[in-house]
Design a protein around this ligand. Structure first.
Ligand code: COS
Length: 407
């Protein structure tokens, strides 16, 4: 039996995240969205109050929070502004490969960097010709003595312009398909690293999305994460751990849209009564509320499994698929409830509709999630992937030792 009764600590954390989302995100969200401005001040405040890097283990200065707690925070980020929320959460994606596969030295240096100051890091997996098809990447890392030389280009990199370092996936054995990919930490200030392009996006405009190029960048061999040629698995294990957070952010967007639509339906009068009195609107509100609730339950379950040390690939993809698609549907319906006003920027729901589209695209499209789900249903994998984190910490076994053993 699953019991989702939140602990007092989790309730306090949710309250903290909600009040931050209300006071420091929502009230500036539309301004940042309009100009596509980088929310540096919000990032610094979030870092100060402890709402960033929450999964970094305590040993490296982080909060070492469980995944369910992380989802509580990310739902509030989605509710406040998912554009700013994505900027705040992106360190979690980029640092997970280090937590999972970094040596003790690497973890001390690069995880410690995030907790000592409001620094940022970015996850470099996607390339112009390799999005869903991770194995098709062209970026190469060639071993030369005690260094690797990295060359290639990564696109759609969240926080790319402002990152202090990148976790980069590159081919170390180009003939070996997914078994020839390795992962590295690359400092952003190394010669040969350049930020080429900041994207002008439809939604989540407060988040920074850039193309990063690596021109013969020399990195120390000890910046290799996990073992050589185990990078594909490291990427998949990372995404298993971060998709619950993305799902939670989608739940937050949908919840915000539901709240706006509900309030509006009680105020807007047509045919002599508030439109909430019309069954056509009631049925939409009922479906929207059901989707929010179902998406949250799947999301919490995907995090709960991780917190129990159970492999969550299938449920993680189910949560991401369902929550992202639900956010798109619920925000579209919210615009419908507002009628013509919903299409106008002066009203809040058009931003939510634009913001939710990316939820169906980043960290794996809804179609990729279905591929993962189908594979897991048709060919279930037997091995379990230990969740790092709270439990591993409790047993005082280093996360990387545990996880790297399975990468
Ligand atoms: N955990 C650990 N290992 C995993 C894993 C997981 N969740 N998923 C797959 N693997 C392993 C498999 O066990 C297999 O190992 P072997 O080499 O020992 O056989 C290997 O990885 C390849 O797995 P699989 O055959 O399932 O890979 P496919 O190429 O069929 O599918 C997809 C890979 C399409 C699912 C993958 O490329 C993917 O997730 N793409 C989307 C990437 C994405 O989300 N991009 C967004 C970037 S972040 S914004």
């Amino acid at each position: 039996m699953v019991d989702f009764t939140l602990t007092d600590e989790q309730k306090d954390l949710r309250e903290l995240a909600h009040s931050f989302a209300e006071k420091d995100m929502r009230n500036v969200a539309w301004e940042y969205d309009k100009d596509g401005t980088w929310p540096q001040d919000v990032i610094e405040k979030a870092w100060e109050v402890g709402l960033m890097n929450t999964h970094v283990p305590e040993a490296y200065g982080g909060a070492g929070l469980d995944y369910l707690s992380g989802c509580l925070i990310e739902e509030e980020f989605g509710w406040g502004c998912s554009g700013i929320g994505t900027s705040l959460a992106a360190n979690g994606l980029a640092s997970a490969p280090i937590t999972l596969g970094g040596s003790e030295e690497t973890k001390k240096k690069y995880l410690g960097m995030l907790t000592e100051a409001p620094k940022l890091c970015s996850f470099g997996l996607t390339e112009p010709d390799a999005g869903s098809d991770v194995s098709g990447m062209k970026t190469k890392a060639v071993k030369k003595g005690d260094k690797y030389v990295v060359s290639g280009s990564k696109c759609f990199i969240t926080n790319g312009t402002y990152a202090d370092y990148f976790t980069v996936f590159a081919k170390t054995d180009p003939e070996a398909g997914h078994r020839g990919i390795s992962a590295f930490v690359v400092d952003a200030d190394l010669p040969g690293v350049s930020v080429d392009k900041k994207e002008d996006k439809m939604g989540q405009r407060a988040s920074n999305t850039a193309t990063i190029s690596f021109d013969e960048v020399e990195i120390p061999a000890e910046n290799l994460l996990a073992e050589e040629n185990k990078g594909f698995k490291l990427a998949m294990m990372t995404l298993d751990r971060t998709r619950p957070g993305v799902s939670a952010m989608a739940v937050g967007i949908a919840r915000a849209a539901l709240e706006y639509a509900t309030d509006y339906s009680k105020e807007r009068v047509q045919f002599g009564v508030p439109i909430a009195m019309h069954q056509a609107i009631q049925f939409m509100i009922a479906d929207m509320a059901t989707k929010v609730e179902a998406a949250r339950l799947l999301t919490w379950n995907s995090a709960f499994l991780l917190d129990q040390g159970v492999r969550n690939s299938k449920v993680s993809s189910m949560a991401k698929r369902f929550a992202a698609d639900s956010a798109m549907e619920v925000t579209t319906d919210a615009v419908q409830v507002y009628g013509g006003y919903g299409f106008i920027k002066e009203y809040p729901v058009e931003k939510l509709m634009r913001d939710s589209k990316i939820m169906q695209l980043y960290e794996g499209t809804s179609q990729i999630q279905r591929l993962v789900i189908a594979k897991e249903v048709l060919l279930p994998r037997q091995e379990s992937t230990p969740a790092p984190d709270a439990k591993a910490q409790a047993s005082e076994q280093s996360q990387s030792e545990q996880a790297a053993a399975t990468v």
